[in-house]
Write a protein that binds this ligand. Structure first.
Ligand code: 5GP
Ligand code: ZN
Length: 115
């Protein structure tokens, strides 16, 4: 179910343009508009859920099952040395978009700008 006032639902629908990294029937991945490092990607379920704690286990499973494939696509393109996975839940934890998303943050060693 998409939510009319959710920017990530609009991105999935194609109403807001995005740089697609991966898509299938359950999951969409795209470059974060504000790249903390080169290749910074957001992975989201097509089903709208607010955060990881309110996500049905089946939806979370489908999302996490795809992450290695998506990470491999990022690795092939950007050749990072490592990668952080980040998930913010709640405003106090710096969640700013309330559609579940996992940040994939490629790391390039000292001086890649991400702390
Ligand atoms: P949060 O702060 O909720 O963990 O992460 C939300 C992320 O969504 C931020 O890193 C922000 O840059 C990204 N973002 C917000 N609006 C857009 C948008 O319209 N397009 C893209 N590609 N990323 C967005
Ligand atoms: Zn949404």
């Amino acid at each position: 179910m998409s939510h009319d006032d959710c920017i990530f639902c609009k991105i999935i629908a194609g109403d807001i343009p995005s740089a697609k990294v991966y898509e299938d029937e359950k999951v969409y991945a795209f470059l974060d508009i504000s790249q903390v490092t080169k290749g910074h990607t957001l992975v989201i379920p097509k089903q709208h859920t607010k955060n990881i704690f309110e996500t049905p286990p089946e939806v979370a499973k489908e999302l996490f099952e795809r992450i290695p494939t998506i990470a491999n696509a990022i690795k092939n393109t950007y050749k990072p040395l490592g990668m952080n996975l980040l998930n913010n839940n709640g405003e106090a934890a710096e969640q700013s978009v309330f559609h579940l998303h996992i940040h994939l943050i490629p790391r390039y060693g000292d001086g890649d700008g991400y702390t």
